[in-house]
Ligand binder design. Structure first.
Ligand SMILES: NC(=O)C1=CN([C@@H]2O[C@H](COP(=O)(O)OP(=O)(O)OC[C@H]3O[C@@H](n4cnc5c(N)ncnc54)[C@H](O)[C@@H]3O)[C@@H](O)[C@H]2O)C=CC1
Ligand SMILES: O=C(O)CCC(=O)C(=O)O
Length: 378
């Protein structure tokens, strides 16, 4: 008995998930679903966070990702001042090949089994339509298309939030929040990145773009041509070394690391990708290099703001107004970092941890029975 237990290294797992309330491994042989749901903290309310689909090479990579992403959601909810906690899900699979309606229905069943402790919707590799299948099994789905009663594509406000983040950053560095006259290097032209790219082109900015999806790149190049704007295509890691003013990561996480920091020449980093810094020490390295870093979870909260708003019945104007606050929150974080001589990510984390302490005095661990106001669409 003891030998088996030690072989499983269960203690290591509990060390890895020590900051989390609950981690659920979901396995369905019939549909091939292999997913992990991580609930980080439910002090503010049930956990909320999108579901990523990615062909992780190892289960450990998927676990690492979902633990960091779900923790990030707790901070994002605190910063955006919404009544939800932090959670996230990952499905191990290739979004280009492995999606089936049955897979998403099986995922929906696992979400339902959590009895209202976890709400989910889209993230990298998934779309609102995928969750139309999942919502046949559970009401705990957000961000489905409007014709299905959801608030629609959450990447619209996410992209808008990124634009507010860039404006606040431009204001701090160049004294004006105008978007034109600058060059932006955008990594990833998916749901969020392509909307950010189009808006920047409409404002008269120049772009470097890269995506492994050639059709997505072509769409932005044609859009740029139509507007007479400059769009240069770069490939793979070339995106880190361009002479752009701002790097806009809108694909995957951990892009700011020991390898990339030395090649970055930009003045600032503002993008939608979750967990851009591989480690907090990379925030310090950016500071030493004079690169202003807009904390990811402050800037990319637009989607969260929209899906959390479904609690009250979706209202586009309310979402728009709340998304606008990303501009002032980011300015506040920048000035706090400056005043306290700390990195912007440390300033953002402190801001959120103070809020969590205040809320902990009145809330605690979430159980659905205790607080039924979270009955979205029930
Ligand atoms: N969709 C949303 O509302 C939100 C998204 N985010 C984050 O923003 C990021 C982008 O999200 P979405 O646009 O929804 O995802 P998406 O899956 O629609 O787009 C990601 C894009 O990145 C591209 N990509 C993948 N590998 C690449 C590589 N090696 N080099 C260049 N491009 C690559 C993909 O081809 C795809 O076009 C993710 O990190 C996500 O977690 C954060 C908050 C909300
Ligand atoms: O954008 C969404 O649909 C949910 C929020 C989320 O998962 C995120 O902000 O990463």
């Amino acid at each position: 008995m003891n030998t088996v237990t030690s072989q499983w290294k269960a203690v290591d797992i509990f060390t890895q998930i020590r900051e989390h309330e609950q981690v659920v491994f979901c396995n369905d042989e019939k549909t091939g679903l292999k997913a992990i749901i991580a609930i980080h903290n439910t002090t503010l309310g049930p956990a909320l966070g999108g579901c990523r689909m990615y062909p992780y090479v190892a289960v450990e990579d998927a676990l690492f990702d979902v633990l960091r992403l779900s923790k990030g959601m707790t901070y994002k909810c605190l910063a955006a001042d919404v009544d939800f906690g932090g959670g996230k899900a990952v499905i191990i699979g290739d979004p280009r090949k492995d999606k089936t309606p049955e897979l998403f229905r099986a995922f929906g069943q696992f979400v339902e089994s959590l009895n209202g402790r976890f709400y989910t919707g889209t993230d990298m590799g998934t779309t609102p339509d995928d969750f139309v299948h999942a919502m046949k099994e559970t009401n705990c789905i957000v961000g489905v298309p409007e014709e299905y009663g959801g608030s629609g594509d959450s990447s619209v406000p996410t992209a808008l939030g990124v634009i507010y983040g860039i404006q606040a950053t431009n204001k701090v560095i160049w004294g004006s929040d105008e978007l034109h006259g600058k060059t932006y290097a955008i990594q990833g032209l998916g749901k969020v990145g392509r909307k950010v790219a189009k808006r920047l082109l409409e404002e008269g900015a120049d772009l470097y773009v890269c995506d492994i999806n050639e059709a997505a790149v072509e769409e932005i190049v044609s859009y740029g041509k139509k507007l007479g704007a400059g769009v240069k295509i770069v490939h793979g890691t070339e995106i880190y070394g361009t002479d752009a003013d701002i790097f806009v990561p809108c694909a995957f996480g951990n892009v700011i690391n020991d390898d990339t920091i030395y090649v970055l020449k930009v003045k600032a980093i503002v993008g939608s990708a979750n967990n851009q810094l591989l480690d907090v020490r990379h925030g310090q390295m950016l500071r030493e290099k004079g690169i202003l870093y807009a904390p990811d979870y402050i800037v990319n909260a637009g989607g969260l703001i929209q899906v959390a708003d479904e609690l009250y019945g979706p209202n586009k104007e309310r979402v728009l107004q709340k998304t606008k606050t990303i501009y002032s929150t980011l300015l506040h974080i920048y000035s706090r970092a400056e005043a306290d001589h700390i990195t912007t990510i440390e300033a953002a984390n402190r801001f959120c941890e103070e809020r969590l302490q205040q809320r902990s005095r009145r809330n605690n661990f979430f159980t659905h029975r205790k607080r039924p106001k979270w009955d979205i669409r029930r």
